[in-house]
Design a protein around this ligand. Structure first.
Ligand code: AMP
Ligand code: MG
Length: 340
């Protein structure tokens, strides 16, 4: 099948909506990353998502809505905590986990009794949800395990020939997937960091707990609070190692390996001291810019055929936690401390 590239014209929006209503898949832009969307109320359509991505069947999907009235029918109840967080951060890069209603097909929740829901901010995402007239289930529009797509070109690199269309809405502004929080308890529990930081959640909810799997490997045999925690993720073909230390210690370490075919993934402004090929992903003190560029940088490493990549480790502060979480998984938790 040929994958059509659609744009933001009314005619193209109608084409996308028609495909979605008839049970087909369309990759759509959001402010986090591109999503591979299907009608969330149609189990058969949702099964196509898993097939196109090669996604494990037990990894549930996020349901995307455009307006608050769409939420109550999808969930068993809307806790007060969720109402507060929605008021503060919807539309935006926040996904909340609710107890699900009977309308959610098992394919979406992967057999769990809960469902993840988000209201994206991106105007084209909102327009296509409204035009389709149904909530859209959408995981990231990459092949399972590879870096998430932040441009229509990234989507086509993975999905050309596998889906009927991609709606091009430019480069995703946030660049990493949404913050995922469980709101079924008294305080929000962070399952995946993203553009809405722990401090932003705590400011509204009075507190926040962070699941240990955000920054540590899941212990062998342990149950995952969020099935996505179990899987190798966001990984390019290159062998990525995170290097934690000062700019000087990082440069010294990387340069000491310059006789091997290594590539540096470093911060902007710190490339001057490196004696190996490099790709940058934002300034050291600008985690929002790092988030915006991190997946594109990981994909470019494969484009240049990088073998071993020494990636400068981001801070865990604020949005840095989301970047750190993705890079830890891209590096399969391989971190070297280089400060003496
Ligand atoms: P993706 O769609 O690729 O951004 O991944 C969605 C993430 O949300 C995965 O890590 C899922 O495991 C997680 N998720 C979706 N639904 C639930 C749920 N009901 N409970 C916990 N985590 C969920
Ligand atoms: Mg994903």
């Amino acid at each position: 099948m040929e994958t059509k590239r659609l744009t933001d014209t009314p005619a193209d929006l109608q084409k996308a909506a028609k495909l979605l209503r008839s049970g087909e898949l369309v990759a759509i832009p959001t402010e986090t990353v591109y999503g591979l969307a299907a009608n969330a109320l149609d189990g058969g359509a949702v099964r196509r998502i898993f097939a196109a991505k090669g996604r494990p069947q037990d990894n549930p999907l996020i349901v995307h809505i455009a307006d608050m009235e769409e939420l109550p029918p999808l969930v068993a109840e809307v806790p007060e905590l969720a109402e507060k967080l929605a008021k503060a951060y919807w539309p935006g890069p926040l996904t909340m986990i609710f107890r699900k209603s009977a309308r959610i097909p098992d394919e979406v929740s992967a057999g769990l009794s809960t469902v993840a829901v988000r209201m994206p901010f991106h105007p084209l995402a909102r327009a296509v949800i409204r035009a389709a007239g149904v909530p859209l289930a959408a995981p990231s529009a990459n092949l399972s395990g590879s870096p998430s797509p932040t441009t229509a070109a990234h989507v086509l690199a993975d999905m050309a020939g596998r889906i009927p269309a991609v709606l091009d809405g430019g480069m995703s502004a946030v660049g990493v997937e949404s913050t995922v929080v469980d709101v079924t308890g008294p305080v929000p529990c962070l399952l995946r960091p993203g553009g809405i930081t722990p401090a932003m959640l705590a400011a509204v909810a009075g507190g926040v707990s962070v699941n240990p799997a955000v920054t540590s490997p899941l212990p062998k045999g342990a149950a995952a609070a969020s099935p996505g925690m179990k899987y190798k993720h966001y990984a390019p073909k290159a062998h990525v190692v995170l290097i934690r230390g000062t700019p000087a210690a990082y440069a010294a370490f990387v340069n000491s390996r310059r006789n091997d075919p290594v590539t540096a993934m470093c911060f902007d402004g710190e490339e001057g001291n490196l004696r190996v090929p490099y790709i940058t992903y934002g300034r050291r003190d600008d985690p929002a810019e790092q988030a915006h560029r991190v997946f594109d940088a990981l994909r470019r490493l494969d484009d240049i055929g990088a073998g071993t990549v020494y990636c400068a480790c981001p801070s865990e502060e604020g949005m840095g936690l989301a970047v750190y979480n993705r890079l830890l998984r891209a590096a399969a938790f391989e971190v070297i401390d280089v400060d003496g």
